[in-house]
Design a protein around this ligand. Sequence first.
Ligand code: IMP
Ligand code: MG
Length: 180
Amino acid sequence: MSLIRVKDRDFKRSITAEQIAERIQAIAAQIVEKFKDKDPLFLVVLNGSFVFAADLLRQVNISCGVSFLKMSSYEGMSSTGAIKQLIGLNEDIAGRNVVIVEDIIDTGYTMQHLYQTLQDKNPASLSIVTLLVKPDSLRVDLHIDYSCFHIPNDFIVGYGLDYDGYGRNLPEIYTVVAEG
Ligand code: IMP
Ligand code: MG
């Protein structure tokens, strides 16, 4: 089924489960190669990254830590620009090789703020892996180490990402269909 409805909007499938799986396999191989002897700590940014992280990290078959944090700045379909606080990080990350696992980098404000907050805690290294990037929307200078897909500047849902709390459980990625 390539056309679906989430809440009050129509969405069209834009990235299939097969395409996602293929990219994750490639990215996981690169991460394994880079971090196999580095005892990395993966910090998964909730809520949106839970599906991506589950699929990615099951392929990163090396000794590593996995933990979760939260950082939310989005309501409905447009970024509020307001950056909320980092919550839920219990680990001491000083001296660790930290890898942030994110669902999507849109304006990049959320990631920039999170990156700076974590950098201030003196990790040995700090890397970014994200499922999606919207390059035309990016407003900050960010070095994104690993990304699975670059996508147009349209609102998407599925594979962990939500539209007003709905659609996270969709196994594929859908793009909003323009109204009218
Ligand atoms: P940024 O600060 O603008 O980069 O926003 C990043 C956050 O906004 C992501 O972690 C998502 O939670 C959310 N977000 C950005 N674009 C979309 C989208 O197209 N669909 C759903 N959530 C999105
Ligand atoms: Mg997110």
